[in-house]
Ligand binder design. Structure first.
Ligand code: MG
Ligand code: MG
Ligand code: MG
Length: 300
């Protein structure tokens, strides 16, 4: 039976793409391996798979005694396949803290403090002098851009950037432009109604006797919200809140677009902007640390 390669449960783009890149690498090295996944393919990874024309790894709902496995992008029982305690772990390739796995037999472990498992796999391809095909390079680059949030994440290293600059030549894409499209697709709000978007992550506060609601959504598909600004306002203004702010947060630009029921002056004071519908509040990404305290003091 093939050796099973899989990333963590609730797989992100790195877990999906590292199982496939590792599968290709190990096959070239003469091993009988199969890429698997422990959960549904999310939209972001779906974008990468479609773009580069690769099929998703096969879903498995657990492993059993006698199975031989390679873990990528994780190293903890809690994040891994059910039954892992009974299987044989041959290898772990990961970029996280050690999570307490114990084994009966020796194994290969490759852990590095880099931003993404695919950066380690890139190095393993090089060390083994195995050429990376275009579609696999595309998946690897997708994962690195995803895990490093286009290099914005503090986990980003020079090794991640080096890998991407080599991979984008093979894959034939501009990594940053490609990643923005991937994130846009991955965070698209298309399938949600206006009411669902406003209430997706919504909290109510009492500020100086005012009933204030703050909703926040993280997306890169900003235009799909701003294009419907008037419809959002119709709904927001129909609520019973004295003030309601919807923050549409762009993680790449590191700020939020604000659509609100309330006085322009309060928004101006709170966020040091020219208060108008859809205004971009630079640097405002946290409800707890910024939206709530800033609005509270502006309402005083
Ligand atoms: Mg991951
Ligand atoms: Mg990762
Ligand atoms: Mg991740």
């Amino acid at each position: 039976m093939s050796i099973l390669i899989f990333g963590h449960k609730n797989p992100d783009t790195d877990s999906i793409c590292s199982s496939l890149a590792c599968e290709y690498l190990k096959k070239q090295m003469g091993m009988d391996v199969k890429a698997c996944r422990l959960g549904e393919v999310r939209k972001e990874a779906e974008y990468a798979l479609n773009y580069f024309g690769v099929e998703a790894p096969e879903f498995i709902d657990g492993v059993k005694e006698g199975d031989e496995v390679i873990l990528v992008d994780h190293n903890e029982y809690g994040q891994s396949a059910d039954g892992l305690e009974d299987a044989t772990i041959l290898e772990m390739i990961d970029h996280h803290k050690l999570g307490g796995i114990k084994t009966d037999a020796p194994l290969n472990v490759r852990m590095q403090t880099v931003g993404c498992t695919n950066t380690i796999l890139y190095q393993m391809f090089k060390e083994n002098k195995i050429e990376i095909p275009k579609n696999i390079a595309g998946l690897m680059l997708s994962a690195i851009m995803s895990d490093t949030l286009i290099y914005k994440s503090p986990t980003t290293t020079e090794a991640d950037k080096e890998a991407v600059s080599a991979l984008e030549k093979i894959a034939g894409v501009n990594a940053e432009e490609y990643a923005l499209e991937m994130f846009k697709y991955g965070t698209s709000l298309d399938e949600y109604s206006i009411e669902e978007i406003v209430n997706m992550d919504f909290k109510e506060f009492d500020m100086e006797g005012n009933k204030v609601g703050i909703g926040q959504v993280f997306t890169l598909d900003i235009d799909s919200v701003l294009d419907k600004k008037d419809d959002f306002l119709d709904y927001i203004n129909s609520t019973a809140y004295d003030m309601l702010v919807l923050a549409v947060t762009d993680i790449i630009k590191e700020g939020s677009y604000l659509i609100y029921k309330g006085e322009d002056d309060v928004i101006s004071d709170a966020f040091d902007v020219n208060g108008e519908q859809g205004v971009f509040a630079d640097g405002v990404v946290s409800r707890k640390k910024q939206l709530v305290p800033n609005l509270t003091s502006a309402l005083k």
